[in-house]
Design a protein around this ligand. Structure first.
Ligand code: A3P
Length: 314
């Protein structure tokens, strides 16, 4: 493995609303937290994708946990039926390895099995070159910007052990609006994948969190077909799709013991309680947090950024 170099880090920012507890690095135009920045550089330097790999790509807090659970349940359904799925006892993030932190495990998977799923928050322009060269399939999930901001605020706040009273939402909003957030700017993250999907038709599937909630059946069918595990007629008639949707639902996953009391990466400095991945899963929760001025500002910015792309985020 080549030596890790961080020479392209150009700026550092300590979030004011985090009372100095959250420092982000800017690398190749995007912000990241320290250990994931290092993981990104390491992946860029050494990761060798295989053409059969399927990447679950997302900006944090857009529905990654849900998409990982669904993709895992779809690809492993011949091995485990819903009553004995590893998802009942394991956090979805441990079922699907994360490129920035689980390089070793992914390399083992490549050697031992043909388990194809890998997840990442790395922006498209920063992806390891071998992912692009191998022409791997990518599934990208995105979500209403305002709900992402609220979800992000609570996730980071709880991760840093901060009380709401000590972490002003207005400041967190302003930073996100300026593009300074873990993996931000959000709109640039989306646009990188969106433009690539135009250049690589059939290789990048875009799923919208709100659409998946509104119509999970057709979205799960689309996902299964795209990742090469379509449902047979017999499976459809036997209710396999509905069973997978139920298994991966917020109501089910968030009430499992492992997701209520377990810890993710307990041995590391970024250890996190599993329950932080499950908050409300509600569309429009932002209405409780945003002032009219915030709505006006962010809607205007996002409309400008996505103008002419066909994507709607507000
Ligand atoms: P909220 O904070 O709005 O509740 P990510 O998985 O990318 O970190 O995103 C987390 C968001 O997805 C959180 O949103 C979380 O509650 C929601 N979520 C987690 N599991 C889900 C599931 N199975 N179905 C729908 N939403 C889910």
């Amino acid at each position: 493995m080549e030596k890790l170099t961080l020479k392209e880090t150009v700026a550092e920012h300590t979030s004011s609303w985090s009372q100095g507890r959250l420092t982000l690095q800017n690398y190749q135009g995007f912000w990241n937290v320290q250990n994931l920045h290092e993981g990104t550089v390491l992946a860029q330097q050494s990761f060798k994708a295989q053409p059969s790999d399927v990447f679950i790509c997302s900006f944090p807090k857009t529905g990654t946990t849900w998409l990982k659970a669904l993709a895992f349940a779809i690809t492993t359904r011949q091995t485990f039926d819903e009553s004995m799925s590893p998802l009942l006892t394991t956090l979805p993030h441990e079922c699907v390895p994360f490129l920035e932190e689980d390089l070793g495990q992914i390399e083992e998977n490549h050697k031992k099995t043909n388990f194809p799923l890998v997840s990442t928050h790395i922006p498209y322009p920063c992806l390891p070159k071998s992912i692009i060269d191998s022409n791997c399939k990518i599934v990208y999930i995105y979500r209403n910007t305002k709900d992402v901001i609220v979800s992000y605020y609570h996730f980071i706040r709880k991760w840093l052990n901060m009380r709401v009273e000590d972490a002003p939402f207005e400041e967190a909003f302003l930073e996100f609006y300026q593009g300074i957030s873990w993996c931000g700017p959000y709109w640039d993250h989306i646009l990188g994948y969106w433009k690539a999907s135009m250049e690589r038709p059939g290789k990048i599937l875009f799923l919208k969190y709100e659409d998946m909630k509104r119509d999970p059946t057709s979205n799960v069918k689309t996902l299964a077909e795209f990742i090469g595990h379509p449902f047979s007629m017999e499976e459809e008639e036997a209710g396999t799709i509905e069973n997978i949707i139920k298994l991966c639902s917020f109501e089910n996953l968030s009430n499992l013991e492992v997701n209520k009391s377990g810890k993710h990466r307990p041995e590391t400095s970024t250890s996190i309680e599993n329950r932080l991945y499950f908050r409300k899963a509600k569309d429009g929760d932002w209405k409780k947090y945003f002032t009219d001025e915030m709505v006006r500002k962010i809607d205007k910015l996002v409309d400008q950024k996505l103008s002419g792309t066909g994507l709607v985020l507000n």
